[in-house]
Design a binder for this molecule. Structure first.
Ligand SMILES: [Fe+2]
Ligand SMILES: [Fe+2]
Length: 305
């Protein structure tokens, strides 16, 4: 059974986020989540710069990969790059709709983080020479050819639909709960952190793309902080009103099939390994982390041990 903690995520800076997905105590529902202002302060301490990354060795590694491997790696890279752009662009109305100033201030920091994540991929593509295009817009268009249709269902129908509704009615807390469930629990918690875990581990084991790995670790640490915010918000809302509990459950069910689809590249064939692991192992990792977070939110049964 795969666990969602590793030597990397046991590091102090990852544990400092208190994301239940990284905490063994979450199996029994016991995690002291940070307050919104503590999450803000952690953000101040966890700054990094895409400009500090030197992709010289990554460029050599990338152009040494067989063509087939480069093609397969493009699915994960493209999903992340376009995913980061989508979440950066959709977070504004969610920030505006958050009911307290502390929540809004944290979400402002998250908008800055998501912008930095887009810049990280853009710089990787630029310095490594992965694509034909030489502009951000051109790179977004060029990489979109690698996505699968479920990606568009998740981001362009489900996420955008909820955020458009919130933009029209910022007082609609039930829609905010749906949007945070989809954004922080499914997109960041289940999909992004799972992809990051296996992509980073694969490159570490093979000694490839060192600057990419360094930057992607920083992205992952940011994502754990974002997910920790989502867990706190959803726990408070679930405790406040059963309507919000139902909104969380409804969203998990609604988005489940599309989320599962995003874990599967369009060229996937039965039995294939992705970054050295089976699709089943990838799914199990994503589900374990979700289960821990739901326990802490109060929506999944807790082991009695
Ligand atoms: Fe991100
Ligand atoms: Fe994020």
């Amino acid at each position: 059974m795969s666990d969602s903690t590793t030597a990397r995520t046991d590091r102090d800076d990852f544990q400092a986020t208190r994301d239940p997905g990284l905490m063994h105590g979450a199996d029994s529902g016991k995690v002291n989540l940070l307050s919104y202002s503590e999450l803000y302060e952690l953000w101040e301490r966890q700054q990094w710069r895409t400009q500090d990354l030197d992709f010289t060795q990554d460029r050599i590694d990338w152009h040494g990969f067989p063509e087939e491997e480069r093609f397969q790696r493009m699915y994960g890279l493209s999903s992340f790059f376009i995913g980061e752009q989508r979440v950066a662009d959709e977070l504004g109305p969610m920030m505006r709709a958050a009911p307290t100033e502390e929540m809004r201030i944290f979400l402002c920091t998250q908008i800055a983080d998501e912008a930095r994540h887009v810049a990280f991929f853009n710089r990787f593509y630029d310095q490594v020479g992965v694509l034909e295009s030489d502009s951000l817009q051109g790179r977004l268009e060029e990489t979109s050819a690698h996505l699968n249709p479920q990606f568009h269902v998740l981001f362009d129908e489900l996420l955008k639909g909820k955020v458009d509704r919130l933009a029209r009615n910022p007082e609609d807390l039930e829609t905010l709960v749906e949007a945070i469930t989809l954004y922080h629990m499914i997109i960041e918690g289940m999909l992004a952190l799972t992809g990051q875990h296996f992509i980073i581990s694969y490159n570490e084991e093979n000694g490839t793309l060192p600057a990419f790995v360094e930057g992607f670790n920083n992205v992952a640490r940011d994502e754990h902080r974002h997910v920790a915010f989502g867990a706190r918000f959803l726990r408070e809302m679930a405790e406040a009103d059963s309507r919000y509990r139902e909104a969380i459950q409804r969203t998990l069910i609604e988005a489940g099939p599309a989320a599962d689809g995003v874990l599967t590249p369009p060229w996937y064939e039965e039995g294939m390994e992705l970054f050295g692991v089976s699709l089943e192992e990838t799914r199990a990792f994503a589900m374990k982390a979700l289960e821990r977070r739901l326990k802490v939110i109060g929506l999944a049964p807790v082991a009695s041990s």
